[in-house]
Each structure stands twice: as structure tokens, then as C-alpha cells.
Design a protein around this ligand. Structure first.
Ligand SMILES: [Fe+2]
Length: 372
């Protein structure tokens, strides 16, 4: 099923996996009402019963089980003419149907990892097409927009996902430290997947279980750069409680039937102690590392932030807190004054016996291939 982008749709839908649901995000350039039909049942973008139109980013929550079974969904939208208090007017309804392929329950799983795009779109999309239509899951791992000073920056999230997935496969999202900067950082939860109001959560897609972690900023809360606008130490303490709750609930999380691969997805490499002033939370991150190493026992950790493409081995020079498993630093944006920007990202194939990692770029070149 080939789809053309309808005129007022800024990007194809992005189907984010969150807990036991998909959060489907669609940016529009016009004021529209949005609903999604899956196997005859309607799901709405509403706020307490009000269909939303006063936003450019629409979000519809659909149970994973329903979409996994139906394998297609139909986006139905209606452009508003005048949303007056009485007898509001709108244009005719339009609809577009997308096929959907859930992550398989077995066999080889192909994943592409993008972080640190910092508002680049075309370059990470070109790199992210590595697997073509054989891709099963897209990971967007922080600092996708350059900052949150302008809500338009948030479109980069859906534009990259749209270019790589075309609405046909799931994606997961982790927040990065640049996402926390700017007047609209507090509005970001309306533009990104969250679970019970939180940017850290677990997800299950096919044979993959994953935990999304969010370190917030990269320097102390008191750093002058933030001007007293953040409180991430308390946020991280709450996240420690969350990790412990996940461990208490292990039977329904990473020990659940059918889980073959356990992923940790986090923008900041919390097992790597950086030089001052970035050497924060060593004790707290040490505890996260211990809990993950001793209890969750993941098969792979996916990091961004450092703008490098590299595998950090257990006990290697970038493992300062005791990694549970290999950690992949999976993206390198390239900014050039002459406008010739570029992007290097990470393609992964998870198999029962081994993981294959390719670092590639937007020019179609493979820079490195590593088997773990
Ligand atoms: Fe970062």
C-alpha cells in the first residue's frame, strides 16, 4: 500500500510503543479533528470528550493488541472552518489507510537508531533507510529537535519517523537533554509519547522488552546555563523508584513470556562518567547501573548524546559504572558551514545467537560492522 502525504498532513503518522498501547502522533498544518479507525472501532484525539483542533500535533492512543491484530489503521480527519461556540463549521471528512507491521515475535529483528539529529531531518532519514522495508522498529533516542524554544522544532520527531517508517512500523522515543531547554520544554509531553505523565516507561513490541530512561540535563541543576529552571535531581530520584517498581513487577515486564531481547534506551550514557561539569549523579547513576546489571540483565543498551558511533564493551574504557552488557553509542550528526550536513547512525539486527551492528551514513556507506 503506497501512500501519498495528504495536503494538510505534515508527516505520516508515527506509531510510538508505550506500555501496552501505541501512541499515534500526526502533525497537521491546518486545524483538524482527528480520529483513527482500527478493525471497525474508533479511537479519538480528544481532551475529556472534546475533539481537539487547537493544536498542530494530534495524538490518538490505540491498544497494541488491537492494531497488532488488525495490521492496518485508518486516519480520519476533518478540517475546521470556524470553531465557534455554537454550530461550528468544518469541511468534509477525509481518510487515509496505512498498513501496519508489528515487531515479529521471533526471528531476526531489524532496528534503526537515531539520536542527536538536532533538527536535521533529510540526513537521518537517508541513513535510517538502511533496512528499507525490512525495518521492524525505529528508535529515536533524544535531542531530535535542537531545543524546545519553538514548538515547530518538535515536528522533526515526526518528520524523521515519517521518512523512515511511513507509518507502517512502530517506533520508540526517549527524551534528550537538549529537549529540556526552552520555553516549550514544559509543553513537550503533548508532542512526545509519555506513560502516565512520565517520560520514562517500559514497552513491549514482539519479542523485545525495553525500558526508556530519561536522565534530564547533563550538568547540575544549579548550573548557570539553566537559570534555576530545572529540578532533575528529584526527577531522577523518582525514576530510581520506577526502576525498582519495574524489578518488583519483573514477571509482567522483562521476565514475561516471549521476551527474547531486553533493551535499555537512554539518551545520556549514565554508565560513563564524563569530565566536569558533566560528571553528575555518580552515586545515583551507579545505583541505576547496579539495578540494571544485577536484576534486569539487558542484552543491549542504546545511548546517544556523545555524537559518536561506537560500541562500549563491558569493562572497556567507557564503562565506569559497570555496564550490564554492550552499550552502543549510536549517532553522529555532522554540521558543516557550507550546508553539506551529514548523519551517521546505527543499524542493528537482533538474532537469537548474536547481534549485528552496522554504523552507516546518509550517503549510503557502511562505516563499520561489528558482531556482538
Ligand atoms: Fe545530548
Amino acid at each position: 500500500m503506497e501512500n501519498k502525504l495528504p495536503e494538510c498532513m505534515v508527516a505520516f503518522p508515527t506509531v510510538f510503543a508505550v506500555g501496552e498501547n501505541y501512541n499515534i502522533f500526526i502533525p497537521f498544518s491546518a486545524e483538524v479533528l482527528v480520529k483513527i479507525r482500527v478493525a471497525g472501532k474508533m479511537y479519538y484525539d480528544d481532551c475529556c470528550g472534546i475533539l481537539r483542533s487547537n493544536t498542530n500535533m494530534h495524538k490518538v492512543e490505540v491498544p497494541m493488541s488491537a492494531l497488532n491484530e488488525a495490521r492496518s489503521y485508518t486516519v480520519i480527519y476533518r478540517e475546521m472552518i470556524d470553531r465557534k461556540p455554537y454550530f461550528p463549521t468544518s469541511k468534509d471528512e477525509k481518510e487515509i489507510t496505512f498498513e501496519f507491521n508489528p515487531v515479529p515475535d521471533s526471528g531476526k529483528i531489524n532496528i534503526y537508531h537515531v539520536s542527536d539529529a538536532h533538527n536535521l531531518v533529510e540526513e537521518p532519514v537517508n541513513a535510517g533507510r538502511f533496512f528499507g522495508s525490512d525495518l521492524h522498529l525505529l528508535v529515536l533516542n533524544g535531542d531530535i529537535p535542537n531545543h524546545s524554544g519553538d514548538v515547530k522544532n518538535f515536528n522533526a520527531i515526526c518528520e524523521i519517523a515519517s521518512g523512515i517508517t511511513e507509518g507502517r512500523i512502530p517506533a520508540v522515543f526517549a527524551r534528550g537533554n537538549h529537549d529540556t531547554r526552552g520555553i516549550h520544554a514544559e509543553d513537550m509531553p503533548a508532542y512526545i509519547p509519555i506513560h502516565n505523565g512520565k517520560t520514562y516507561y517500559t514497552f513491549r513490541v514482539g519479542c523485545i522488552w525495553g525500558i526508556i530512561l530519561d536522565c534530564g540535563e547533563d550538568k547540575p541543576d544549579t548550573n548557570a546555563e539553566y537559570g534555576g529552571t530545572i529540578c532533575f535531581h528529584e526527577f531522577r530520584l523518582r525514576e530510581t523508584d520506577f526502576i525498582n517498581q519495574v524489578i518488583e513487577n519483573a514477571e509482567k515486564e522483562y521476565l514475561a513470556e516471549g521476551v527474547k531481547h531486553r533493551l535499555v534506551v537512554c539518551h545520556m550514557p549514565f554508565t560513563y562518567i564524563q569530565s566536569p561539569p558533566f560528571d553528575i549523579e555518580q552515586e545515583l547513576y551507579g545505583e541505576w547501573s547496579r539495578l540494571i546489571r544485577e536484576e534486569i540483565k539487558p542484552s543491549l543498551m542504546l545511548y546517544g548524546h556523545m555524537h559518536i558511533c561506537r560500541v562500549s564493551a563491558v569493562g572497556g574504557e567507557m564503562d565506569h559504572q559497570g555496564q550490564a552488557c554492550p552499550a552502543i553509542f549510536g549517532s553522529r550528526p555532522i554540521f558543516s558551514k557550507d550546508g553539506k550536513n551529514g548523519f551517521e547512525g546505527c543499524a542493528l539486527t537482533l538474532d537469537d545467537e548474536k547481534t549485528t551492528v552496522w554504523f552507516n551514513n546518509d550517503k549510503g556507506e557502511i562505516l563499520n560492522k561489528i558482531e556482538l
